[in-house]
Design a protein around this ligand. Sequence first.
Ligand code: SF4
Length: 586
Amino acid sequence: PEEPAELTQLAREKLRADFLSADLGITGANFLLADTGTVVIVENEGNARMTTQVPPVHVVIAGIEKILPRAADLLLFLQLLPRTGTGQILTSYLSFISGPGWGASPMINGAARSFHVVLLDNGRMAMRDDELLSEALYCIRCGGCMTVCPPYQVVGGHVYGGPTYHSGIGNAWEAGVRSLDTAADFNALCTTCSRCQDICPVKIDIPWINTVIRERIALQRFPQRGLIERLVYDRVLPVQEDGSVSLEKRLFSDPARVYAMSRQGVWSNLMRFRPARAVLSRFVGLSSARTLPLPNSETLAEWHRRRGGRVVKTRYQVQRLSNDRRGSTVFLFADCHTEHVDTDVGKAAISCLEKCGKGVVLVAGQCCGRGALSQGLLETASRQAKKLQELLAPAVKTGQAVVGIEPSCLSAVVDDHAKLLPGSDAAEVASGTFEVLEFLLAELSAVGAAMDGGETSAWTPVPDGRLSPLVLHGHCQQKTLGWLPAAVKLLGSIPGMEVQVTSAECCGMAGSFGYKGDYYPISEELGRRLMTELDELAGAANQARGVQMTCGYLACGTSCRAQIADIGGCEARHPVELIDQRLTKR
Ligand code: SF4
């Protein structure tokens, strides 16, 4: 049968007989209350309750991390678990078991009921002593991280997970209760998109845990560099790690260097020839269906300097320009992608900031470390982060705003740098760093300009009063770090503008993930799903208007735009480009 009602009836008929004839029932537990000795089971189907009630012997097998000190602590968790797991306020069945025969006769068929609790360590005490993995012990198994995990949505738990637990948090459990070797089987499926971090009710930093596990796996497997690596790789794409680091990891960990090589013609010439691409696919793991983005002939910094703008690359230069007490200077962090590839996005951002009366100082030439982080190269990422922090800290410490464009790079600055550089100024820098649309909205709102289409409107009027409908796809980190609402509000304040937002968690490109041959099929499938949603939203927008207009696609992430171009064959723009077209000078 395929209908839910028929399936339920079949299960009921088959399972009921098994329940009634069983000598022993085994359950897990969602929580164990230490002060009352109570086992708490949360479920929707009623099967667990039958297992505890019908057979004469009930055995509970539960991990020691399920123990709560007091019954009074339970209420909070009973709210967190179903809300994130199934979207319910309360589940259908909630069982409290404090001994044999609870709520039923202590005897069954003339025999006394019995009740046994097996507390399972199985690596958990060792996890508790591991500063990184101990965080996973807070997991209440709500399953929320699985629901939102993009690769898991495509491949499921048999591929993305071990026997213990699946998807993102499965990495920590696999590494903790089994081994790094078995965790390595699926660790690379974590794109560190951070959607799980957002939904987790106990706020476990799953992407960070998976990144560190990635590093541990590499250190365990490849502790020594080979000769070719030392003679060739280290000269072309150096890294800070002591052990062996593959060419693939090196390539994706240093976008600034790769773009610089491209500008010298190395990359573009290689990519032009099919055999060279085949070799790259073989040694670098690059999907033959992808081409790496090629840089523009002029960087954003060169353009800005050519038009008389200020560009800083050293701490001294930043300090010298950080003495603006009027609040009219903004330090715009040019991430590697904006600096080399998406220069038009950078130009639009500078233009918008200048229209808001800001003098823009471009901080260029220093990678944030996002690429190295994604490869689990924490030493390299730390070094890159330290250098960027040295540039940004003097500006923030003197009260200047730092603004960034690319969400993944910006998230490295405001979220990951403090973890990479404990005890540094990274948290203070994060507090003074803003996403560009968030910053523009605040600036325009401060003068009451963004919110209306009247006299004070910040926007150039549209001749017929109507713009093409727009569909915005939010970048993963843009959503996790709460920047998406500002983008929607800012775009929505443009008169005649209608913006719809996709519900897709991730475009599937996820930085380097979608470029790798091993993961291209997953990336492609996620990209197709996004394109389907984009097209449906565009069609619905046109239907609502009763006219056929070309719908514009918007995406803040460089990899989201690349994915839409590769899979959908159409262009997506950064919202700041569109805002620049409509924003008037203040
Ligand atoms: S890691 Fe967080 S979201 Fe995932 S199952 Fe555990 S508690 Fe739920």
